[in-house]
Design a protein around this ligand. Structure first.
Ligand code: SF4
Length: 477
């Protein structure tokens, strides 16, 4: 088998900060790389000033997606995985007010975000719509400049660099496409999660995989919990009221709990009819994405705009199907979801700037559908069928965020993506996959062709669709 791109589950599921993996997390990581390279090249004390140029989709929706804020935090040495998210706005505001920052937390430079972050809305760099160039002016009058591309899901590529430059490992079961996964599972008798686990061991030891996946699971629960208990308006100027707290209050009533673990126990203790389960799934998805829209900590899965789908479906499974918070099942679910996401990254795209919302919500729904199906006892074929069904009914979905913010239609779309994943899974569990006419391989190929045919205004530019039909008056970027 030809060597295919190697993508770990931990590349697809990452802890970060909202609202966007490609416009917040990616630029954050790109600026971190630039500062690290600058330190090696010249030392940060040699820097006099910096300019950041944003192009294409990053320029068009960067303000609403927090690209400028992410870059500021990155330049001062903050990390999206660990920083206190309550300090995001105060720290960014302080830089704007003082017109200076401490590069990597130590080296003072003059920096005015108004004039030193430039949004080139009418220009695209050649490789990808999400391009950014960072330039440092040095004391010796020389310039140090690098260009990066945020290619979706928080992945970053430097100009001239190959995609996924990390060192190749010897995977016991290399799979470039879903059909490889099916063949390897048939040959070994392994389920998807068993095979993916064995591959993950090529990158990191057992305990690190387990701890890493449980940390991701914990972050998902914490995020849903925060979203269900935080009221008010979302930032950005659209004046969108958070809906999850009221939905949650109507569902949970007077349940008594004091932390996320007790909360989940209280949810499971209730009697839930079909309508209530539907409402809980929406509530989980919306809670996560309201947190995402508020620059909260989320798990990118496979993007931030779609971060609510996987937690909502996983919580559906554990709370209402399994009726038990089983860590082993959560691990299995995340392994399968991450593996399915990797096939879209390899064979199509997980970037809305390349493929519209089918590449975000469609992919997350497909990931969740496969994971739910295997966890509910489905075969490998049924899990892949569920993934196919979920994507088949997201094909062509455009990205048209109102005001360039990850709020409308994004937040509700997570609830819809979760519902489609659950429906796809139940359909597959009642079907004979050998009779299916469309494979997951076919639908990934179709999704990529649809992405290439899609009008550019529907690719995270806010120049078409709902973004132009819903009048808003937001500050110009
Ligand atoms: S419309 Fe979809 S792809 Fe576009 S920003 Fe919103 S969630 Fe992301």
């Amino acid at each position: 088998m030809a060597q295919s791109e190697q993508i770990s589950v931990f590349d697809i599921l990452k802890i970060g900060v909202g609202p966007s993996s490609s416009h917040t997390l990616g630029p954050w990581r790109a600026a971190q790389r630039f500062v690290a390279e600058l330190e090696v090249k010249t030392g940060l004390s040699e820097v006099v000033s910096l300019q950041i140029h944003l192009y294409g989709s990053l320029a068009k929706t960067g303000k609403g997606h927090g690209t400028d804020t992410a870059i500021l935090l990155s330049l001062i040495g903050e990390d999206p995985e660990t920083m206190d998210t309550d300090t995001i706005f105060p720290k960014a505001a302080a830089i704007s007010l003082n017109k200076m920052l401490f590069l990597n937390g130590e080296n003072p430079i003059i920096f005015d975000p108004q004039t030193d972050i430039l949004f080139h809305k009418q220009e695209n760099l050649p490789f990808h719509p999400n391009g950014m160039t960072l330039t440092a002016h040095l004391k010796n009058s020389e310039l140090f400049s690098e260009t990066y591309y945020s290619v979706g899901g928080g992945f970053v590529v430097k100009e001239g660099e190959v995609l996924n430059p990390k060192e190749a490992v010897n995977l016991p079961y290399p799979c470039g496409e879903p059909k490889d996964l099916l063949r390897q599972c048939e040959a070994t008798g392994k389920s998807i999660h068993e095979l993916v686990w064995d591959n993950e061991l090529a990158w990191r030891p057992f305990s690190v995989i387990r701890t890493g996946l449980l940390t991701i699971w914990d972050e998902m629960v914490q995020c849903a919990y925060r979203g269900c208990h935080t009221s008010g308006e979302l930032p950005g100027g659209l004046n969108v009221t958070r809906r999850a707290p009221l939905m949650h209050q109507n569902l949970s009533g007077v349940a008594d709990y004091h932390n996320p673990e007790e909360w989940l126990t209280a949810i499971m203790q209730g009697d839930h009819d079909f309508q209530q389960v539907l409402r809980w799934v929406s509530c989980f998805a919306i809670a996560v994405n309201e947190e995402n829209a508020s620059f909260g900590r989320v798990v990118t899965a496979p993007t931030n705009g779609a971060a609510g789908v996987i937690p909502a479906v996983l919580l559906y499974y554990l709370c209402f199907v399994q009726k038990e918070i089983d860590e082993e099942k959560a691990i299995q679910f995340l392994l399968i979801a991450g593996e399915i996401g990797s096939y879209y990254k390899k064979g199509a795209t997980i970037s809305a700037a390349m493929g519209g919302c089918q590449a975000e919500i469609g992919v997350s729904s497909s990931m969740a559908a496969a994971a739910l199906t295997e966890c509910m006892g489905g075969t490998v074929e049924q899990a892949l069928m569920a993934a196919e069904i979920a994507m088949e009914h997201h094909l062509g979905m455009t990205c048209d965020p109102v005001g360039g913010l990850v709020q409308i239609p994004c937040i509700e779309r997570n609830s819809m993506g979760a519902m489609k994943a659950i429906t796809a899974s139940h359909l597959a569990l009642q079907s004979d996959p050998s009779k299916a006419k469309v494979t997951l391989d076919d639908v990934i190929k179709t999704m990529w062709e649809t992405a290439q045919d899609m009008n550019a205004k529907y690719k995270e530019t806010s120049e078409g669709g709902l973004a132009t039909n819903i009048p808003v008056s937001l500050p110009e970027c």
